[in-house]
Design a protein around this ligand. Structure first.
Ligand SMILES: [Fe+2]
Length: 216
């Protein structure tokens, strides 16, 4: 997967295990596991760097103390948390989760909005952005012509800020690739005018724990 990332021009990869009731991911083990993986990738001669992170279910937030939350933040930034909505449309409980995260000094990167389609999705995402959240769409769906139109509705509305591969394997499923989706975002506004922000600036700021205001 790291080689595939490198071939796609991806320089840094956040490993994002699920922090969710149905996955036995032990937070204290994560630093050691990420370090071991990063070393193995390096030894294999692969330039893509592995950074810590997680995909934190909104329903799991209340069970995590601030240190645990920092340990699962993207890039170890102690700032940005990839937040997974519960299945189904985004609701008030998810907005409350984003608020709570903000009160604790963290900012939410909302995972895979396209899995939560509903008539009010764009409006909900816009409101979350006013609360300090950003949105990460799944690259494979922008590359896939059959579902691309729906993705472009979100992107044109300015609620696609960064891309994730959501890849789970080197052998099948969603590929470890962002370049094709970035190319598509380069054909529409507002992303075409801010492609470097989407591809580089914003992800770098996120993993470094910097403040970030979308330019659109
Ligand atoms: Fe997810």
């Amino acid at each position: 997967m790291a080689r595939q990332a490198q071939d796609d021009g991806i320089g840094e990869i956040c490993a994002t295990p699920h922090i969710r009731h149905d996955h036995d991911v032990r937070i204290p083990e994560l630093p050691g596991r990420v370090a071991a993986l990063a070393a193995a990738v390096r030894e294999a001669g692969c330039a893509a760097r592995i950074l810590p992170g997680a995909e934190v279910a909104a329903t799991a937030l209340d069970g995590l103390d601030d240190d645990e939350l920092a340990a699962v933040s993207l890039g170890g930034s102690r700032r940005w948390v990839l937040l997974e909505p519960a299945p189904g449309p985004l609701d008030d409980r998810f907005e409350t989760a984003v608020d709570r995260l903000g009160e604790r000094g963290f900012r939410a990167l909302v995972a895979h909005p396209e899995r939560h389609l509903a008539p009010d999705l764009t409006g909900r995402l816009r409101r979350l952005v006013t609360k300090g959240a950003l949105v990460q769409a799944t690259a494979a769906f922008l590359s896939d012509e059959t579902v691309r139109p729906g993705m472009l509705v979100l992107a044109r509305a300015g609620v696609v800020h960064v891309l994730g591969s959501d890849a789970h394997s080197s052998r099948g499923g969603r590929p470890v690739a962002l370049a094709g989706a970035l190319e598509v975002l380069g054909t529409i506004e507002p992303t075409a005018s801010h492609l470097d922000w989407v591809a580089r600036e914003a992800p770098q700021a996120i993993v470094r724990g910097e403040e970030l205001t979308p330019p659109f």
